[in-house]
Design a protein around this ligand. Sequence first.
Ligand code: FES
Length: 95
Amino acid sequence: MAFPKRQLFLCCNENDDGSGCGAFGTDKAAKALKESLKAEGKWGEVRVTRTQCMGQCARGPVGVLYPEGRWIMGESATDQQELRELLLSSDRSGG
Ligand code: FES
């Protein structure tokens, strides 16, 4: 299996007290994004991985896009269309 060109690690952690990035809907966004990428035949070329806490709770919800190492924060981390565009973009500037 080839390495993906891009991989998004999206924090889907939900704490018992209702806090955590997952409380913002990241889990739902990650699952829907994965399904749409599979339907388009893009899964494998790019991937979305749901993670536990990445230690950036105060900035949450958060994700990080590789290979750029670009942090995705706030509403952008739950916007499926924006995440999809980031994963499939040819721009590697990381900006
Ligand atoms: S719960 Fe997402 S970074 Fe901590």
